[in-house]
Design a protein around this ligand. Structure first.
Ligand code: AQP
Length: 332
């Protein structure tokens, strides 16, 4: 059976981008068709300036939202990265096959390092090496597929390269994974800055729809979305990115095609109203289930405990094999 691994980073409140670009596919497709692991990658949240209590809170919230979005612990393995030591153990070995040039070429590193500097902070070494830890997350489980929004495709490519290189140098140890992207909404853009991704740790609150936003807040954000000059509704990502983003969000929420939807509108107002309604409807069941789960914290703890145990059992044999293959003396 195909093995699938994907993760979510507790660096902010989860957004519509996380949901349409990743979580929905995990809950409605991946957990049914594959042996799937979904991870709250909390170690990755430490790569930028962070508040310890907030990371803990956001990790719990992300796990609750994953359950609320429909992940079923009977069908998939859901766990927290830092609960399974194998990730950090393997990451170091992969650092020994990766190069610093590869790390510096990562687009997300360049963007996030620039943001840290703009904010007056320094850039943590872990931000540079973060794609290696992500490769360890994937390779430890022998994942065949990594479903991600296309902002993460480059990192999965790196995991492939490291797997191939390690296998060539030290003997076959890792499955070579590949990224898969959802057909629509692979990249939901910021409503106030539609050439930038809707990212949960951005500073532009009004441009980001959070999964736990109240419906009237969602409506306000969508109605105030930046659209482009002109009044005709056409689908063109290059010249009309704001409009294209709304059409893609509407398409992802209703199952339509952005270009066909464009043809059915003759003004921005109606498009925005319908998009707001569609987003609110998509998020309604998730918000309700989230509330129910918050009333039963013991359930979440049990799910995460069992998930970590299962994950450890899957990762340990591969990571132990990598230790032996690379030349480390086994502990007796
Ligand atoms: N805007 C987006 N459109 C489509 N997919 C997205 N994803 C994130 N934002 C969008 C996908 O969600 C999954 C989990 O993402 P993540 O939390 O691990 O990391 P990220 O891609 O770095 O997400 P953010 O929201 O942009 O976080 P920050 O701001 O902290 O960097 C991934 O599959 C991702 O592709």
């Amino acid at each position: 059976m195909t093995r699938v691994f994907s993760g979510i980073k507790p660096t902010g409140h989860l957004t519509l981008g996380n949901y349409l670009g990743a979580m929905r596919q995990w809950a409605t497709v991946d957990q049914y068709r594959a042996d799937a692991l979904f991870c709250i990658v909390d170690l990755h949240a430490l790569t930028v300036d962070h508040d310890p209590a907030r990371v803990r809170r956001l990790s719990r919230q992300a796990a609750t939202l994953l359950l609320a979005s429909g992940l079923d612990p009977e069908r998939c393995t859901m766990f927290v990265q830092s609960h399974v030591d194998e990730h950090a153990r393997l990451s170091y070995l992969l650092e020994c096959v990766a190069t610093d040039g590869e790390m510096r070429r990562m687009i997300q590193y360049k963007e996030k390092a620039a943001r840290e500097r703009r904010r007056g902070g320094s850039v943590r070494l872990s931000l540079l090496t973060y794609p290696v830890l992500m490769a360890a997350d994937i390779l430890a489980y022998g994942a065949d597929e990594v479903p991600v929004g296309n902002d993460q495709t480059q990192h999965v490519e790196l995991a492939r390269d490291l797997a191939v290189r390690f296998n060539q140098r030290y003997g076959h140890t890792f499955v070579v994974p590949r990224a898969t992207n959802p057909a629509v909404a692979a990249r939901v853009m910021n409503l106030q800055d539609p050439v930038s991704k809707m990212g949960k740790s951005d500073d532009t609150g009004p441009g980001i729809v959070y999964l736990l936003d109240e419906p009237d807040v969602v409506r306000k954000k969508v109605m105030r979305a930046v659209t482009d000059s002109g009044s005709e509704v056409v689908y063109d990502r290059e010249s009309r990115p704001g409009l294209a983003n709304l059409l893609e969000i509407l398409a992802a929420c209703t199952g339509g095609e952005p270009a066909e939807l464009a043809a059915s509108y003759d003004g921005y107002g109606a498009l925005k109203r319908d998009t707001a309604d569609a987003v609110i409807e998509v998020l309604r069941p998730l918000r309700k289930r989230h509330q129910e789960l918050c009333a039963d914290p013991g359930h979440l703890e049990a799910v995460l405990r069992e998930g970590a145990e299962r994950a450890r059992g899957m990762a340990r044999p591969t990571v132990d094999a990598a230790y032996r293959a690379i030349g480390l003396l086994p502990a007796s």
